[in-house]
Write a protein that binds this ligand. Structure first.
Ligand SMILES: NC(=O)c1ccc[n+]([C@@H]2O[C@H](COP(=O)([O-])OP(=O)(O)OC[C@H]3O[C@@H](n4cnc5c(N)ncnc54)[C@H](OP(=O)(O)O)[C@@H]3O)[C@@H](O)[C@H]2O)c1
Length: 451
């Protein structure tokens, strides 16, 4: 079987459309009870409507495939789902629902996908979404023709009588995970998982089969948009650099790790820098490849202050997590002296809902090499501290006063901007390790799923 980005799969001589699944489920993958949804989440409903309805070609529409019971569970006022071709699967021949406009009945998933691969549907239907319920998903959610799974993870446990299977993470990896949303007292987040590709695809836009509104939510775009912005409208304060003032990027550490994918970031260098920051070591020999923290002031600072500040940060996170000043500061707090102000970020930590978030402030930084490195380094530090404090890593926020690019880097960055992001990797920290901040070594950190 082969599946391409045009949504066509070939099973021996038969051509079938591939599809994406869109569902919302509880912690236990519960979908519904008594033919109803056990929640009332208007924003979730809007997301479902947008993802399944929007097309990039205004002359086309999307198709939604559902089981007969899900059709019957759909409220009458939105049945059939407007603006989409509704395909209902049933084995019964006497179900009389094809009288509705925009509705077709098919006796199997295979026949529906074959029909959609033939004209006129192959030309008029842009994307195919399987929208439930449980019986359909049991067979088709993790199947080879399923290119992506859009799963709203609803953080509740309530009784359900229809269930979806769990996402098979050996087959799928996260593309995007939203920051948690709270609506009507229920916490949830939108997630998209894409099928893992075992080969390196040369196509630069290999994930463009995703709905545009999901594709563009990949967090790497916040970095790419920043550098694009600097290049296209940055201030030219001297002849060599372009700069922007007042920039912010936010990364979600809950499921993935923000090691940028459109350019090479030296992961081992990132790990070693953070281990050195933790140990307070400034051994120059070990810092041959990365020089962002090797100013005299930084060395002086780290050897004298860093470790005790870090211990203080961990102590506060563990024992007084709502302290409003959990801070790792480049200024010597005992002897504030701007003349020895190293180029280190100012980092503040925050604990809520069992999660640790970190915001750093850098007054000035270079955007093409240093920013990707710093994103990875401080995200790693946040994940390590969260691990040591038995918390989940939450958000990493990078605030920059002046972000600048040397004009000689502009061509390389423009080439980088032509590349589409790939899924971020997943960070695994050695769980066997005793949870002490100065107890880690480079081999305790593994990035899974680097493509
Ligand atoms: N949370 C969500 O995102 C979400 C989404 C959808 C639905 N739901 C909920 O899920 C529940 C319904 O799910 P469910 O598991 O009970 O039923 P379902 O999967 O919606 O429908 C099952 C029926 O679909 C037909 N069918 C299933 N697989 C088929 C196949 N391969 N070929 C031909 N026909 C097939 C059969 O109809 P016949 O018996 O007529 O042959 C079967 O009885 C409701 O509570 C609904 O509210 C939730």
């Amino acid at each position: 079987m082969a599946s391409g980005n045009n949504g066509q799969s070939t099973f021996s001589s038969v051509t079938r459309r591939s599809y994406q699944v869109v569902i919302a489920a509880t912690r236990d993958m519960g979908l519904g009870i008594d033919m109803k949804l056990p929640w009332d989440l208007p924003r979730e409903h809007t997301f479902f409507m947008d993802v399944t309805t929007r097309t990039s070609d205004p002359k086309k529409r999307n198709a939604t495939i559902m089981g007969r019971k899900s059709w019957e569970a759909t409220p009458l006022e939105i049945r059939p789902l407007p603006g989409r071709l509704n395909i209902v699967l049933t084995k019964s021949s006497c179900l009389d629902i094809a009288i509705y406009e925009n509705v077709m009945v098919c006796s199997s998933m295979e026949s529906a996908l074959e029909l959609l691969a033939t004209e006129p549907y192959s030309l008029s239907i842009e994307k195919v979404f399987v929208i439930g319920g449980g019986e359909l998903l049991r067979n088709y959610m993790n199947a080879p023709s399923c290119d992506a799974i859009h799963l709203t993870e609803i953080d509740i446990s309530v009784p359900c009588d229809a269930f979806a299977p769990r996402v098979d993470t050996s087959q799928y990896c996260p593309w995007y995970s939203s920051f948690p949303i709270v609506e009507n007292g229920i916490r949830y987040c939108f997630n998209t998982y894409v099928r893992r590709k075992n080969h390196i695809c040369l196509e630069t836009k290999q994930y463009s089969f995703l709905p545009k509104m999901v594709f563009e939510r990949h967090e790497e775009f916040s970095y790419l948009n920043l550098v694009q912005n600097i290049i296209s409208s940055g201030d030219m304060n001297d002849n060599t650099t372009l700069s922007k003032f007042g920039c912010q990027m936010r990364f979600n550490l809950r499921k993935t790790f923000p090691l940028l994918t459109t350019k090479k970031v030296f992961w081992l260098g990132v790990v070693n820098e953070i281990l050195q920051l933790i140990s307070g070591s400034t051994n120059l020999k070990e810092k041959e490849t990365n020089h962002i923290w090797d100013s005299d002031e930084a060395k002086e600072y780290f050897s004298s202050q860093e470790f005790s500040q870090l211990s203080d940060v961990i102590n506060k996170i563990k024992n007084n997590p709502h302290d409003q000043r959990i801070i790792l500061s480049p200024c010597n707090p005992l002897n504030f002296n701007l003349s020895v102000y190293p180029c280190q970020p100012f980092a503040q930590f925050y604990v809520a809902n069992g999660e640790l978030s970190c915001q750093i402030y850098q007054s000035s930084t270079e955007a093409s090499l240093q920013i990707p490195f710093t994103i990875a380094a401080y995200s790693l530090l946040t994940c390590i501290i969260a691990h040591v404090c038995d918390l989940i890593a939450g958000d990493f926020i990078h605030v920059i006063g002046q972000a600048h690019i040397n004009k000689s880097h502009v061509n390389a960055i423009q080439k980088q901007l032509q590349i589409s992001p790939k899924p971020f990797p997943i960070l695994k920290i050695n769980r066997e390790k005793k949870k002490k901040i100065d107890n880690f070594e480079a081999s305790d950190f593994e990035l899974l799923g680097i493509i």
